[in-house]
Structures are given as C-alpha cells and as structure tokens.
Design a protein around this ligand. Structure first.
Ligand code: THU
Length: 138
C-alpha cells in the first residue's frame, strides 16, 4: 500500500500502474498488466496479472489490486489506472467482464473512473457504468 492522496492525478496513478506491471507474471500470454487502485482515503493498492500453467486460475491485475485493498479493509474507491501490453508494445487494456463485475460490487457505476492507459500521456477515462451498464447485483 502506498499513500498518495485523494487528488492523485491521472498520470501519477498511471505511473503506479506501470510500476506494478514490472511484477506481472505472464509466461503464457506474454501480456503484462499493471493496475493501481486509488482508495477514498488516499491509499493506493497496486496489482499485476498472475498467470498459471492451468490457465483458469489466472488473476487479472485489476482483481489483484481490488482483492489486496478489500482484504486490507478498504471499501471505498475513487479510480483505477490500468496499463498493459506485450514486452515492448504497450496497449491500453480494457478490463475484462469478470474484473468489471468485481469493480461493480464495490464501486459506484456513475462516479468510479477506469483509466485505460498506454502511457502517462496517452489514456482514456471511462466511468464504470459506461463499461458495465448492467452489472449483476442481488
Ligand atoms: N489481463 C489483465 O490482467 N487485465 C486486463 O484488463 C486484461 C487481461 C491479463 C490476463 C492474462 O494474464 C493476460 O492479461 C492476457 O489475457
């Protein structure tokens, strides 16, 4: 956990995601992803993708960041930055449906922001509700 501040800028959060990507474990896909999740209290939780030889146990970077934060008692979130790509070729990954559903469990669809970044300068920001307009809830 890193202390950032509620007003952490988009490029700063992207920088944290780029740091997280350095720990990505992706020997099967070769697609390395990093995420940085800003909590309401200003703390930042980083995550990376963690693949597995059996494939399905793979955990995405976004869920790693969320599960780290929730397991440390956090419940209120502001935004998440995501970066990814093959070794020397960055893309701006859009979170998978499973990760969006995890986000929708804890975040307000109208206000929580998803930053999909290729670099600190090149990124797109969408509200969670734009990416998952009909998330499942009980
Ligand atoms: N992956 C993520 O970690 N986040 C995304 O937003 C998209 C996909 C991972 C899963 C897998 O390890 C690799 O990227 C290729 O799908």
């Amino acid at each position: 956990m890193i202390l950032g501040g509620m007003r952490m800028s988009e490029p700063e959060l992207i920088r944290q995601a780029l740091e997280a990507r350095k720990n990505a474990y992706a020997p099967y896909s070769g697609f390395f992803v990093g995420a940085a999740l800003l909590c309401e209290d200003g703390s930042v939780f980083r995550g990376c993708n963690i693949e597995n030889a059996a494939y399905t146990p793979t955990n995405c970077a976004e869920r790693t960041a969320f599960f780290k934060a929730v397991s440390e008692g956090k419940r209120s979130f502001v935004k998440i930055a995501i970066v990814g790509g093959h070794e020397n070729e960055m893309a701006a990954p859009s979170p998978c449906g499973v990760c969006l559903q995890v986000m929708s469990e804890f975040c307000d669809a109208k206000s929580f922001e998803v930053i999909m970044a290729e670099s600190e300068k090149k990124y797109t920001v969408k509200k969670l509700g734009e990416l998952l307009p009909y998330g499942f809830s009980l």
